[in-house]
Design a protein around this ligand. Structure first.
Ligand SMILES: C[S@@+](CC[C@H](N)C(=O)[O-])C[C@H]1O[C@@H](n2cnc3c(N)ncnc32)[C@H](O)[C@@H]1O
Length: 301
């Protein structure tokens, strides 16, 4: 296990050791995996017929895995494959390890790692490398190098998948307060050097149009994009989870928005009150859009 690199390199918009953020991510993980239609792309078989001659197991890596929900679900669903999760947060990795133990998941492994540094895995280690929601901590300049590392540790013929969102976790709603908060988050991200928004006044983070080109530039072939939508309007199953997710999320986001100078204490406090009132309306409508893109590392000649 590494020392504590997160104290040096942490650039996440939230405190990576916050247990409130960890709880928020756990809820978000369940909602997003469901909205993505499952753990893997529809046409990807993570557990092809085992070759009795081969001692090689299928291996999967989740980059910036948070509290490890996706890794644990993959390990549980596919007991014959080995799943690894890496994250810079000591709190998240410790929790993920404890959960894997409680669930008796012998094929789930977690390790603290700063993914902006060279990954501590040999070349060609994994059949599938996954990363979801990295825009909150990577700078624009870091994406190519992180992608290069993800491709390096992927086996020839293996897959790399990215999933991200342009609109914090809110998307499009009929709440004026949420619309303003989402715009503030995009502007703060731009000022912090994150995302690929059109400028300081941009109302979105601009990462999704970049996912496929980032994969291609890192050498991936046959890149495919798939949009997802999570409807959390009043009366839907995702509504209550998202309401509590936002109550935590926007509170945790406040120091970042203030630090980036996009708002004032008074405005953010008023917006925080207002979005709760607007979300509690029976007419509340909210759709969160996000995108996956995946491609293949070229097979060796
Ligand atoms: C939005 S969360 C995404 C978690 C998970 N991928 C998911 O979809 O639920 C971002 C994660 O990135 C982690 N993180 C931040 N900076 C990191 C870094 N430099 N290296 C590795 N992980 C990092 C945070 O601790 C957090 O768990």
């Amino acid at each position: 296990m590494m020392g504590q690199p997160h104290q040096i390199h942490n650039q996440y918009v939230f405190d990576v050791e916050s247990s409130a953020e960890m709880a928020r991510l756990l809820d978000q993980d369940h909602m997003t995996t469901r909205a993505m239609g499952g753990l893997f792309p529809e046409f990807y078989d993570p557990d092809p017929k085992p070759n009795p001659e081969s001692i090689d197991k299928q291996r999967v890596l989740d980059v910036a895995c948070g509290p490890g929900g996706w890794v644990q679900q993959v390990a549980f669903t596919y007991p014959s494959i080995e799943v690894f999760g890496i994250d810079i947060s000591h709190t998240m990795i410790e929790y993920a390890q404890a959960q894997a133990e409680v669930q008796h998941l012998k094929n789930a492994y977690f390790e603290e790692m700063d993914v902006t540094q060279p990954l501590k895995f040999p070349d060609d280690s994994f059949d599938f490398v996954n990363a979801r929601f990295m825009v909150g901590f990577l700078s624009r300049e870091q994406w190519p190098q992180v992608l290069q590392e993800m491709v390096r540790v992927t086996k020839p013929g293996g897959m790399v998948r990215l999933t991200d969102s342009d609109v914090a976790a809110t998307g499009v709603t009929n709440s004026r307060a949420l619309e303003r908060l989402t715009t503030l988050a995009a502007q703060a991200c731009y000022r912090a050097g994150k995302g690929f928004g059109a400028g300081r006044e941009s109302s979105n983070i601009g990462i999704t149009p970049m996912l496929s080109i980032l994969l291609q530039r890192a050498g991936c072939l046959g890149v495919i994009e798939q949009p997802h939508v999570l409807n959390y309007s009043s009366g839907t199953t995702a509504y209550h989870a998202n309401y509590s997710n936002f109550r935590t999320g926007w509170l945790l986001m406040k120091p970042f928005l203030l630090k980036m100078g996009v708002t004032t204490n008074e405005e953010i406090d008023a917006l925080y009150e207002q979005f709760q009132i607007e979300m509690l309306s029976e007419d509340f409508r909210g759709l969160w859009y996000f995108l996956s893109a995946w491609g293949q590392k070229p097979a060796k000649e």
